[in-house]
Design a protein around this ligand. Structure first.
Ligand code: NIG
Ligand code: FE
Length: 419
């Protein structure tokens, strides 16, 4: 009967002639991709039914519609677990200033940096913000990205923070990219509260967090723990207030200075601690014991010309290391996750296999979607990308503008959109 129903709605697809399939199943070491050579992948109703060597494809899938991978590499849809997706304007002027030697902090202290994007975001209007974000998502999915996390944090007033999160909710509903929202009202203290930071923290805790919880607009609450942004004590209060209403903590930690960020992330049971360029030995030990994911953001290290996080030390200590873009108009103005992955290899000395795990199943864990995304296993969403390379090494070594020849989300081809 089941077979009859399937046939009645047309043959279901099986992807065949996969040269190498990386399942990225979560067990084993970070570098263990669980590769299947000469593989096939079958899905039904948006979920993976079977994955394995093509010669072992069970009889029940033999009559299904064949999709041809032509010997290419197949990976789980990429997960970009740290983006600041919606913002107004750009900051190319600051790019030039930093090249000339001015520091990121100096620019921020003079009213540039995050605050200049806040002004442009508040002025942009819903349509512009949401059309731009939708455009970025389309570009991302053409690169093989199927799930992203998206932070607010360029509104920094109640209405604009809610607006950014509502835009994310709409984009998530429209699909096809899966969008996981994070509230980052504590990105920095906005200009109008410069001399009243306590009042701003009150606004975040008493007005923004409750409103977001009531509307269920975010899954995570993030804070920028940094000199010039928020102290450890302030971050603890804000994350605690979020946690009390069900927002899981995340933290921008130890990016520009070593300030107890990783330790706080561990203490709060954060899902992830992100950046970590300046993480201390104590911070590494704290993350290792809390099970918090370390999110590496090599584009931010590249653009700010910072030494990257100590990925090898973290992995050796047993901390899972994700790789994400940090896409934002200041420190990481690119959504090119495969480029960030290549940088994670060269700058962070992670193997290509560790990096692919870092941008799939480890990233999925950093944003709480590991039960549905991040690996190619029966029962998970049929989200995958076909990559024009013979191996993961070849893909991340020979950086092409776009090596992704097909992206599938929930069993449906979303890139390219037509033949
Ligand atoms: O993750 N570090 C804080 N926030 C962003 C940068 C934001 C900006 O410069 O606009 C980051 O790097
Ligand atoms: Fe960030």
């Amino acid at each position: 009967m089941l077979q009859f129903i399937r046939n009645a709605s047309g043959p279901l697809p099986v992807l065949r002639r996969i040269g190498t399939l990386a399942t990225c199943a979560p067990h084993g070491a970070q570098g263990d991709l669980h590769l299947v050579p000469n593989a096939a992948l079958a899905w039904d109703n948006g979920l993976i039914r079977w994955v394995g060597p093509e010669r072992e494809l069970p009889h029940e899938f033999q009559g299904w519609e064949n999709w041809d991978a032509a010997g290419r590499l197949v990976i789980p849809g990429l997960v970009d677990c740290h983006t600041h997706l919606a913002f107004g304007g750009w900051r190319a002027d600051e790019f030039e200033q930093r090249i000339a030697g001015r520091s990121y902090q100096d620019i921020a202290r003079a009213g540039g940096g995050i605050l200049s994007t806040v002004a442009r975001t508040r002025a942009a209007g819903t349509t512009v913000l949401s059309d731009r974000a939708a455009h970025f998502l389309l570009e991302m999915l053409s690169l093989g990205v199927t799930t992203i996390e998206a932070k607010s944090g360029y509104g920094l007033d109640l209405d604009t923070e809610l607006l950014l999160l509502r835009i994310y909710r709409r984009l998530a509903g429209d699909g096809p990219v899966r969008v996981v929202p994070t509230f980052l009202g504590a990105h920095t203290v906005p200009a109008e509260y410069r001399d009243r930071r306590e009042r701003y923290i009150d606004l975040v805790i008493r007005r923004m967090i409750p409103a977001i919880a009531t509307e269920r607009l975010a899954r995570f609450c993030d804070v920028f723990r940094e000199d010039g942004a928020f102290s450890v004590a302030e971050s603890r209060r804000i994350l605690g207030a979020g946690k009390a209403v069900g927002l899981v903590p995340k933290l921008h930690a130890d990016q520009l200075t070593s300030g107890g960020g990783a330790e706080l992330a561990a203490e709060m049971g954060a899902a992830s601690a992100d950046h970590l360029e300046c993480i201390s030995e104590a911070g590494i030990a704290a993350l290792a014991s809390s099970g918090t994911v370390a999110v590496s953001l090599p584009l931010a290290s590249l653009y700010l010309d910072h030494r990257p996080l100590p990925a090898r030390k973290l992995i050796d200590a047993g901390v899972p290391v994700a790789v994400a873009t940090d896409f934002n108009p200041g420190s990481a103005p690119s959504y090119h996750l495969p480029f960030a992955m290549t940088l994670a290899c060269t700058m962070q000395r992670m193997s290509p296999a560790e990096v692919l795990m870092g941008a799939t199943i480890v990233a999925a864990r950093a944003i709480g979607v590991e039960a549905v995304a991040g690996s190619l296993e029966p029962g998970k969403a049929a989200d995958f990308a076909v990559i024009d390379a013979e191996s993961v090494n070849q893909w991340l070594y020979h950086l092409q503008p776009n090596a992704c020849t097909m992206t599938v989300i929930g069993g449906k081809r979303v890139h390219p959109v037509s033949n």
